[in-house]
Design a protein around this ligand. Structure first.
Ligand code: DHB
Ligand code: MG
Length: 235
């Protein structure tokens, strides 16, 4: 029988971020195919304003699976970065679909556009450069066709503004996914003083208080550490 010390050793190994990464590698090797264009796009995040902030490969594949399951044709993304998730979303909507992605940094936008070309998805993507709140206001003013799927993955303090915009740009049945809502558990700290945590907590309350939304939060561990998403659906 294992001694309590041995049990603690075992527990420590399986609780560790190293094992989270190994498990991601195990399943990704088995289940996930990344072509060269996706691999280059993912690695090019090191040249952006937020290196390594792109979603993990299996998280991107999950978003693509949600888009396909929902039969989504029109996708809106807040925060392009190097366009790694954007490429997955564009491939998920297919050649008859469209992804509108909003990015503040011209440096990131330039990198993303090269990645879209390499991945052969430029025709499906409308990358708009500017402040996401203002760009979303323009979409609302222009009364664009509602989006079926929204991925909120930009600056976290503005999450509540992005949700408010998303609600004006979607329709009943649309899905809204919000990234990075767990933040190593910091989300439960009401006095964190971190405006990104406050952005997550406020948007969580906004989702909770909106009778038009049903939602779940899911924690994730893996190559990106410990984080999570809110997945909300408009009734
Ligand atoms: C940060 C943002 C992200 O969207 C992410 O996935 C990871 C980190 C950040 O602002 O640090
Ligand atoms: Mg993110």
């Amino acid at each position: 029988m294992a001694t309590s010390d041995e049990r603690r050793t075992v527990a420590n190994r399986y609780d560790s971020p190293e094992v989270w990464r190994e498990v991601d590698t195990y399943f990704n090797d088995a289940l996930l195919t990344e072509d060269e264009a996706l691999k280059v796009a993912r690695e090019s995040s090191v040249d952006t304003t937020l290196p390594h902030a792109e979603v993990a490969p299996n998280q991107a594949a999950f978003l693509a699976l949600l888009v396909q399951t929902a039969g989504a044709r029109r996708v809106l993304e807040f925060g392009t970065l190097a366009g790694y998730s954007t490429i997955w979303l564009a491939r998920a909507v297919g050649t008859s679909g469209r992804v509108v992605t909003l990015e503040k940094s011209s440096q990131n936008a330039m990198i993303a556009r090269r990645n879209f070309e390499r991945a052969d998805v430029s025709d499906q993507i409308d990358l708009q450069l500017g402040t996401a709140t203002e760009l979303a206001e323009q979409l609302i003013a222009n009364q664009v066709e509602p989006f079926d799927f929204v991925f909120i993955d930009a600056d976290k303090p503005n999450n509540p503004n992005y949700l408010a915009a998303a609600l004006k740009l979607t329709k009943p049945g649309s899905l809204i996914v919000i990234d990075n809502v767990v933040r190593n558990g910091a989300v439960i700290n009401a006095e964190s003083g971190d405006d990104r945590v406050e952005g997550v907590r406020t948007v969580t309350e906004d989702v909770a208080n909106n009778p038009e939304l049903e939602a779940v939060a899911l924690q994730t561990v893996g190559v990106k550490g410990w984080d999570g998403v809110i997945i909300a659906r408009r009734r």
